[in-house]
Design a protein around this ligand. Structure first.
Ligand code: ZN
Length: 148
């Protein structure tokens, strides 16, 4: 359910992993092993993990915008620091590098090539990104995490 949120968080520069299989015990174990904060929409899991000393934030809201807001509020309330780096590939979490337009001109639609100058490519899966309207929308959501 939080898969699209995980993709957005990566685009914002958070190293988000999506845990879709396995049980709660496996999730807790992985969060410790990888030094991660647990984001969950499961109130019981959030409460129980918090009581056991795990860093957990309850995610609420009906849209990703509201969910991002709830993460910011939860982090503040729990004294949890959110570490944000450069934007990551939203598909796989790989590092993005700036590529020149002429390197990617064959891979983007001509209209996109005419309108945009900056392109980013994922070093892991090769996904291409540019600063289009989708990117701007993402960044407006990301700012909610910064303006606290
Ligand atoms: Zn990727």
């Amino acid at each position: 359910m939080l898969g699209s949120l995980a993709r957005k968080l990566r685009a914002f520069g958070f190293d988000a992993a999506y845990y879709s299989s396995g049980d709660d015990a496996g999730l807790l174990e992985r969060s410790v092993r990888e030094g991660r904060i647990i984001l969950t929409a499961d109130r019981t899991l959030a409460t129980r993990s918090g009581m056991k000393g795990f860093r957990a934030i309850l995610v609420t809201g009906n849209s990703d915008r509201e969910r991002v807001r709830s993460i910011a509020v939860g982090a503040e309330a729990g004294g949890i620091e959110l570490v944000r780096g450069d934007p990551l590939c939203s598909l796989c979490g790989g590092d993005l590098r700036l590529v020149r337009k002429d390197e990617v001109s064959a891979e983007v639609p001509p209209a996109v090539g005419r309108r945009h100058r900056l392109f980013f490519k994922c070093g892991s899966c090769g996904q291409l990104y540019w600063h289009g309207s989708h990117w701007k929308k993402l960044m407006s959501v990301a700012r909610r995490l910064d303006d606290r």
